[in-house]
Design a protein around this ligand. Structure first.
Ligand code: GTP
Ligand code: MG
Length: 193
């Protein structure tokens, strides 16, 4: 995939701000700090496009990235971050639900999970929602470079089992550091759009 232009279209907190040009969208969901923004940057080979941070909760709006006027990548706020207030969590939750449940342009939602850890109850819940809405799951297991080679197979198996993946689902081990899984992820995206 050869990208010429990738730019932020809008950071939305309300549906009134969503883009109106009717392009297909792929959203990226997952726990705070799992690597959603880093995934987007790596996919687009644009280092600082989506803002990343080692402080969880960096992405607090729904960010729409326009890619060559062909598709939007949608960076969602992360869930599961303990240190934000209840009120803040509720606000983010509602904002996400509003987007995920009402957006006709949304072609798929990828679920990002950290390859080092067993997916959380919230990940499982998100996986169920995605399966219900899109028929299959596309899971990106992030931060693969942080695993020892000897751990990879076992950890990936834990992700598969916990999310109850079937042969119709896709799981891509990914490293934003090394670029592992990038080509495979683009193939999947191209098939969707
Ligand atoms: P929120 O916006 O808070 O929901 O987080 P996010 O899911 O967008 O995570 P982000 O991309 O900001 O990454 C969080 C931290 O993990 C940053 O310090 C990244 O540099 C780091 N990180 C993300 N992906 C990788 C990866 O593949 N390998 C390594 N080693 N670090 C990564
Ligand atoms: Mg982010």
């Amino acid at each position: 995939m050869n990208i010429h232009n990738a730019s932020i279209k809008v950071s939305a907190v309300s549906p009134l701000q969503y883009p109106t040009d009717n392009l297909p969208e792929i959203a990226f969901a997952g726990r705070s700090n799992v690597g959603k923004s880093s995934f987007i940057n790596k996919m687009l080979n644009r280092k600082g496009l989506a803002r990343t941070s080692s402080t969880p909760g960096k992405t607090a709006q729904i960010n729409f990235y326009n890619i060559d006027d062909c598709i939007y990548f949608v960076d969602l706020p992360g869930y599961g971050y303990a240190a934000v207030s209840k009120q803040e969590k509720k606000k983010w939750g509602l904002m996400m639900e509003e987007y995920l449940n009402t957006r006709p342009n949304l072609r798929h939602t990828f679920l990002l999970v950290d390859s080092r850890h067993k997916p959380s109850a919230e990940d499982v819940q998100m996986a169920e929602w995605i399966r219900y809405n899109f028929g299959n799951l596309i899971v990106i297991a992030t931060k693969l470079d942080k695993l020892k080679n000897s751990q990879i197979e076992g950890n990936i198996e834990v992700v598969r089992k916990t999310l109850k993946l079937t042969k119709n689902d896709v799981l891509i081990p990914f490293s934003a550091e090394k670029g592992t899984g990038r080509d495979e992820a683009w193939e999947v995206i191209e098939r969707i759009i």
